[in-house]
Structures are given as C-alpha cells and as structure tokens.
Design a protein around this ligand. Structure first.
Ligand code: ZN
Ligand code: ZN
Length: 175
C-alpha cells in the first residue's frame, strides 16, 4: 500500500505507522549478483515535518546472492535503517537543499527507494565466506570442497594471478 499524503495531512501531529511487504523480485531480476529475492519488509512510520513528508523505519528480509569466487548461492540477510524526505510536486515550500528530498505525487510508493537503499548497501564483491577459496582457474574444482592436481596451485602466487588473468581472457569474461 502506497503512503497516502492526504491521509498524512489529515493528522499532521501524528505518526502514521507504515508496514509494507515489498515485492522486489522484478527490481533485482537483472542484478548479476542477486540469484533470488524474497519480498522485503518495511516497518516504520511516516509524518509531516515543516511541509515535508518524512518516512523512516527498517528494511528487513533476505536475498540470495551468488558468491563472486565460487559462484555458490548463499543467503544474505538484510536489515537496514531507512530514512527519506519527500515533498509534493506542486509545493510552494522553499527548500534549502533539494538534493535529499524526493518529489512525489499524491502518494509515496516506497519500493524504488527501498530497492535503491538495498543496492547501495550491497557488497560489490559478494562472498559466501571471507575465506572462500573459490574455483580452480584451471579445472573449475570448488577448492572449498576438494583440491585438484592443477599446477596452478603450486606455482608462485604472483604467477597464479597471471594464470587467472589469462584464464578469464580465454573465457571471454574480461569484457
Ligand atoms: Zn564462495
Ligand atoms: Zn584445478
């Protein structure tokens, strides 16, 4: 349910509780690191403040990410504080700093703002574990689960990096 600004204005001195289940499936569908996403929950409140509409609360839920090293899927719990200021499009309020205020129509749909907040806080290189050993660049063995006989493992680590680089290049992943 979008937040109705009309409803908020009718009770200017009260907090409007906001409890929403946000289906973020479509929003994350194209994200390379997000394998699956269940709906996220927003729990908080909305209130008016000096002509602005303030929304604050907590985003909780869970995404399934793909590990950057071993490609294994792993669960990534989400618990993020959220705070944003909105203003009606046709307002005559003078804003000192408009950069942090979003213009909205008669109601506020939190979905895009929540998605943005989650994306901002997503690790650019998601790992199933900080110590994830990844896949062998030569044979693709998951080195967390077993080892392989590849020479890559025994050569100088600096050369191993170089080997990885060429491996990527051959796969055409460097683009
Ligand atoms: Zn991993
Ligand atoms: Zn190997």
């Amino acid at each position: 349910m979008p937040i109705s600004i009309k409803e908020l204005k009718q009770q200017p001195d009260e907090n409007l509780p906001v409890e929403e289940t946000l289906d973020v499936g479509d929003a994350f569908k194209k994200h390379p690191d997000v394998a699956e996403s269940s709906p996220l929950t927003f729990s908080g409140k909305a209130y008016t403040l000096a002509g602005l509409i303030m929304v604050e609360g907590q985003i909780t839920g869970e995404l399934t990410l793909s590990c950057s090293r071993c490609l294994k899927k792993f669960s990534h719990p989400i618990s993020l504080p959220f705070q944003a200021a909105f203003v009606e499009e046709q307002t005559d309020i003078e804003l000192e700093d408009e950069s942090d205020v979003y213009e909205v129509g008669e109601e506020i749909d939190l979905l895009p703002y929540v998605v943005e907040e989650v994306l901002l806080n997503l690790d650019p290189v998601p790992l199933c574990d900080r110590d994830c050993k990844g896949l062998c660049p030569n044979c693709g063995t998951d080195l967390n689960e077993s080892s392989c006989e590849c020479k890559v493992e025994t050569i100088d680590p600096r050369l191993a990096d170089l080997a990885k680089f060429f491996e990527k290049d051959e796969d055409g992943q460097s683009s």
